[in-house]
Design a binder for this molecule. Structure first.
Ligand code: NDP
Length: 491
């Protein structure tokens, strides 16, 4: 393949110790628009040395930042939120060009990142400890929270501004300094978040941003003994490796949020039109590339036929295309590799004997030849043990499994190594409560899509979806980013 002509205005650098650097070699990460294959930017393919330098800068910046009163730290986040809000349409366009999701989805994600900054910014006034009555006279017994030190933030490409925001904002307000490595597929939008913090007056070295492969930059971040905590979101394979490496080298706090195989149960008593809308949004929204996407629909036997008919007719109306077009409902897969994975699982599904009733190919038309498009795909006659019902595909591929009754549906829902999000469509209050109590998932939804989270409540999976060490989001997120001290004060 001919080497791309490097256009200097599209070459970006790292942000280390408060300075934007230029890449030193031409061996760069190529950032591509998945809807057009157009090259939109180049970023450094940094190595261990640059990562170690970023950690050093974060170490130097730690004490003054930790000593800054939390409300002042929060104000920087609030200013960064305003900066991002002023550019929100540009940020949304960048996000769609880089990741492929529709412009409406990007607007929603950018707005979420802004809200997250505001939520944690205002938390600067409320970073509380607690007091307890002492058993001894003239003794004040209380707890305080202090930061951990340097936090390594490693994030995936599918929510490339919201996930960094929900890790970086609580880390900073709690007084930590950060070294941030975004996914190599989506560095631009991650860089924009760092720029907003820089322009908001974050002191130099408090956030450091560098791009590069997981096996060099990522490895240094997890191995370096000066890093006090690692917050990671991504695949189970990488997350479990981080867990193994960290636990065999030292005691370091880790938070690992990983994959999912999220079920939606459709009961006989459900409002089926509503259930179809819920499933379509959760399965094909974001091109199925959400960790909380519905990839299994478990339907009670009495309504399977009608539900499938309605689902088919609704899914056929999904408009696939370049997400920058306001009329498009579903963008491309993020990359060629991800689309290959989608097609590989479609092949496996057919081979396993599931019935492909919709999609399974590249959509017809010239406009689809230049991007990584996949048709919304539905399999029926899926057995719970088939690979397409067990393994995370991370694409618009939905498996429909029939259940004998509610109990059977619940059992099928729980027959998974993952436990991230689960939903039920029902008009029966008893089933709704039974499901919420017994389904094995960190997030439970009733008559709502498995996707979509609110930022003010805790979030995280169970089973292989999470290290289950600390929750993200909500006020509870602060637990991961702080250590508690207990003070016994005699007076
Ligand atoms: P990956 O696990 O491939 O990558 C995640 C991040 O880890 C990237 O920044 C990647 O860098 C980095 N990385 C890769 N190898 C290493 C390594 N050896 N050491 C340290 N870091 C490394 O995930 P994807 O980016 O492909 O994201 C998709 C996955 O994320 C899905 O499994 C999805 O379910 C999960 N996810 C989970 C969420 C949750 O909240 N539970 C939310 C969103 C996604 P690089 O890009 O350079 O390879």
């Amino acid at each position: 393949m001919p080497k791309p002509r490097l256009e200097s205005e599209r070459i970006f650098g790292n942000f280390i110790g408060g300075k934007w650097t230029s890449p030193e070699t031409e061996d760069l990460i190529v950032d591509e628009n998945p809807a057009t294959k157009e090259i939109i930017a180049y970023f450094p393919r940094s190595g261990k040395d640059e990562a170690a330098e970023a950690i050093e800068e974060a170490a130097k910046a730690f004490s003054p930042w930790a000593d800054t009163p939390p409300p002042q730290r929060g104000k920087v986040l609030l200013r960064a939120a305003n900066i991002m809000e002023n550019r929100s349409e540009d940020l949304s366009i960048s996000l769609t060009r880089e990741e492929g999701k529709t412009i409406k989805e990007s607007r929603g994600e950018v707005a979420r990142a802004i809200d997250i900054f505001r939520f944690y910014g205002s938390l600067g006034f409320r970073l509380k400890g607690e007091t307890a009555p002492s058993m001894e006279k003239n003794t004040l017994l209380y707890t305080t929270r202090s930061p951990l030190g340097i936090v390594a933030v490693i994030t995936p490409w599918n929510f490339p501004i919201a996930i960094p925001a929900w890790k970086i904002a609580p880390a900073l307000v709690a007084g930590n300094t950060v070294v941030f490595k975004p996914a190599s597929l989506t560095p631009i939008i991650a860089m924009e978040l760092v720029k907003a913090l820089d322009e908001a007056g974050l002191p130099k070295g408090v956030i450091n941003f560098l791009t590069g492969p997981g096996n060099t930059v990522g490895e240094e971040l997890i191995m370096n003994p000066n890093v006090g905590a690692i917050t990671f979101t991504g695949s189970y394979d990488v997350g479990s490796r981080i867990n193994k490496v960290c636990s065999s080298t030292r005691i370091v706090r880790t938070q690992l949020e990983m994959g999912g195989k999220n079920p939606t149960v459709v009961c006989e008593d459900a409002n089926l039109d509503e259930a179809v809308e819920i499933v379509v949004k959760a399965a094909f929204g974001l091109t199925g590339q959400a960790c909380t996407a519905t990839s299994r629909v478990i339907v009670e036997k009495g309504v399977t036929g009608v539900f499938i008919e309605k689902l088919l007719s609704r899914t056929r109306r999904i408009r696939v295309g370049n997400g920058l077009d306001e009329n498009v409902d579903m963008g491309p897969a993020v990359s060629e590799a991800q689309r290959n994975t989608d097609f590989e699982y479609i092949r496996i599904g057919k081979e396993e004997g599931a019935k492909l009733i919709l999609g399974g190919a590249i959509p017809q038309g010239r406009e689809f030849q230049n991007g990584y498009f996949v048709e919304p795909t539905i399999f029926t006659d899926v057995a719970p043990g088939m690979r397409i019902a067990q393994e995370e595909i991370f694409g618009p591929v939905l498996a429909i499994v029939e259940a004998e009754n509610f109990e059977d549906a619940l059992q099928i829902a729980n027959n998974s190594q993952y436990g991230l999000s689960a939903s039920i469509c029902t008009t029966n209050l008893k089933k709704a409560h039974q499901f919420a109590a017994r389904v094995q998932a960190g997030v439970v939804k009733v008559n709502k899509p498995t996707t979509g989270l609110e930022l003010q409540v805790p979030y995280g999976g169970i089973k292989k979806s999470s290290s289950q060490s600390f929750k993200e989001q909500g006020e509870q997120a602060i637990e991961f980013f702080t250590q508690t001290k207990t003070v016994y004060l005699g007076y």
